[in-house]
Design a binder for this molecule. Structure first.
Ligand code: NAD
Length: 420
């Protein structure tokens, strides 16, 4: 993003492109450009030192024409209403692209979770849930984890919601621990979706997955699981990185051993377990590595107009949200590189969240094989829908994914009509 661009300006620009391509009327465009409801709450808690701490939180509910609102909650010092609004909009399109019956939402609390004790985080989460109580719930808005919130946070939300309701309501939130209704397969769902999309793209471009060279930026939940799944499918992992730096090996890395090393030392750097030829590289080098498939799975704005010309991968599968700037999108497209956009590539996470909700509503617990099979079917269908539309419209897959998502939501709103 350039200086003047924020997540929201990018999201609105993307909506404009899709609206023009879809020839939406100005009223529909305006409806989709604004969230249906934005709530701002003051979350007051007793701090460990006995003082009162006040944190500003929000929940933005973008559109729910296709089903209840759905989206994560992030705890971060930089959380703003604008950023959360953009993220809620992307959730709306993402759920529509992968065709699950949800609308989009996002929430956040502006705080530094690293400076809060576990007790303070629990009180913050419970108070925030109580303030949102009337606006969330299994058929209204179903939260999930996001940056610096996790399964434990979701357990506190479920308990608070259930205590106020008077009975256990596991379906009010997803991303829970398995012991209280979480789904099998959720932890690696995003990565499985990313790799399935990359596999489909490889198939379409005649690239053999067995032996395909893969580079992964970021070795957290999404990056490490993507490396592991790709390796198990026969790919060669030639480079990985985290915030401390990267490692590369033309002979290939064993992602399980790299993960073991990272778990012990906190980083992938100084990994000794690779074959001869393993070397330390910078994060920039990992992006520009000689490879077939590149998976950015760390932060936003990593592929920019500065390095887009140097990307050597044939396929870029966006595990992270927003890793490629709009200018870089154009460069990659002109260079014939297939970019699988975030709202398609990383939608496996919300899809398995949807499976968790369905299991909770029906009081079932599916085996991991069933979850993965259903996820793969959804991802393959979504990939092909977007791929075919991109071919038909002669446009980037990002534009096609936006057209598909925005188009489906607009159609739903039109069909429902405006009340009163
Ligand atoms: P995470 O915190 O588990 O991992 C992030 C990784 O990125 C860490 O290894 C960190 O060291 C690394 N990193 C940070 N700065 C870096 C840098 N400058 N260069 C290289 N690596 C760097 O987070 P995650 O859950 O894996 O999420 C990663 C991305 O995927 C985020 O954009 C997130 O929004 C997106 N995403 C995650 C999910 C999910 O299910 N976890 C779903 C959809 C999208």
């Amino acid at each position: 993003m350039t200086e003047k661009q924020t997540a929201l300006t990018v999201a609105l620009e993307q909506l404009k492109i899709a609206a023009e391509k879809l020839e939406l009327d100005s009223g529909m465009h305006a409806l989709l450009a604004h969230p249906k409801r934005s709530l701002i709450v003051s979350v007051a808690i007793k701090m460990d030192n006995g003082k009162t701490g006040v944190f500003i939180g929000c929940r933005v509910q973008h559109w729910d024409a296709r089903g209840p609102f759905k989206g994560g909650i992030r705890y971060h010092p930089n959380v703003t209403l604008d950023e959360v609004t953009a993220l809620s909009m992307w959730m709306t399109w993402k759920c529509a692209v992968v065709d699950i019956p949800y609308g989009g939402a996002k929430g956040g609390i502006t705080c530094n979770p690293k400076e809060l004790s576990k007790g303070e985080l629990e009180r913050l989460t419970r108070r925030y849930t109580s303030l949102l109580y009337d606006f969330i719930g299994p058929h209204r808005d179903v939260p999930a984890p996001d940056v610096y919130t996790d399964a434990q946070t979701m357990a506190w939300i479920m308990d608070t919601y259930s205590q106020i309701t008077g009975y256990s309501v596991p379906e009010c939130v997803t991303g829970k621990p398995i012991s209280i209704g979480g789904s099998e397969g959720r932890e690696q769902a995003t990565s499985l979706g990313v790799v399935v999309c990359a596999r489909e793209a490889a198939k379409n471009s005649g690239l053999k997955l067995k032996g395909a060279k893969v580079a992964v930026q970021g070795y957290g939940n999404v990056g490490w699981n993507a490396a592991k799944i790709a390796y198990d499918m026969g790919c060669k992992i030639v480079a990985v990185s985290d915030s401390m730096g990267g490692i590369s090996s033309a002979r290939g890395l064993n992602p399980y051993k790299v993960y073991e090393h990272k778990s012990k030392t906190g980083s992938v750097v100084n990994f000794k377990g690779c074959d001869k030829g393993c070397e330390h590289v910078t994060n920039e080098d990992v992006l520009e590595t000689e490879c077939d498939i590149l998976i950015p799975a760390a932060l936003e704005n990593q592929i920019t107009k500065t390095n887009a010309g140097k990307i050597k991968a044939k396929i870029v599968a966006e595990g992270a949200n927003g890793p490629t700037t709009p200018e870089a999108d154009k460069v990659l497209y002109q260079r014939g590189i297939t970019l699988i956009p975030d709202i398609l590539a990383n939608s496996g996470g919300v899809t398995t969240s949807y499976f968790e909700w369905v299991q909770n509503l029906t009081r079932e617990h599916w085996p991991v094989e069933e979850v993965n099979r259903k996820l793969e079917a959804k991802m393959v269908k979504a990939f092909n829908d977007v791929y075919k539309l991109a071919k038909k419209e002669k446009c980037e897959m990002r534009t096609a994914a936006l057209m598909l998502g925005v188009g489906r939501v607009a159609e739903a709103i039109k069909t429902l009509g405006l009340w009163p």
